[in-house]
Design a protein around this ligand. Sequence first.
Ligand code: PGA
Length: 251
Amino acid sequence: MVRKSLVAGNWKMNGTRQSSAELVSLIREAAPFRCDTVVFPPAIYIEHVSGLLNSTSVLIGAQNVNSNDHGAHTGEISPTMIKELGCSYCLVGHSERRMVYGESSKNIAAKFGALITHQITPILCIGETIEQRKAGQTEQVVEDQLSAILEAFVPGDLSLAVIAYEPIWAIGTGETASPSVAGEVHGFIREMIRERDYDLAEGMRILYGGSVNPDNAAALMAETDIDGALVGGASLKASDFIEICNVTGRN
Ligand code: PGA
């Protein structure tokens, strides 16, 4: 099965209304790409950016969501709200949410389920710390994070999702996992999914994230089990993001 590659740009908590518009207008001019493309602006700019991307092939996503539809959740944003603004993707389980904001596997599974209910594609982020890697625990960590989701949902629901393997030691550090190191973990992840369901594993897009830039993207994307990239820092610079999209294309 040929999996269409995907490049996702996670802007995190960066930019202004003005800089977001400038960034997206350059991406818009360069689109369409051979890969699917989605940008994740800060929530407050989603509506603005979504308007600017109207009728282009570039999709929009949210960086976070609450698992409830509405109610007394001060400061939170619901799946219905992001859907109304045009989001078709949402990140879940990013290491910054797990580690800095204390999100548990239970929170993450609840968010994942809410997104599936609303037909918004969850990009489930998983990955190990440097200490865990040095201690030889990479596979165990990835297995624990992934099985919390694989065991909680049926293959029909899981088929909407995308996985992003993001070794924490490579996020924002300029240090990237080599294509073979990343490829090995991606292979392990696909095998885990295959044990759950063969077709699910063949169709599942598994992205690599962690200091992806125009210099390392092509080599990473050449790995059989790497189906695209989740890009942080380099997604804030239009020329870098566009170049990453240009070298990521498997139709
Ligand atoms: P980075 O971030 O590309 O800046 O390492 C990736 C991410 O956090 O998704």
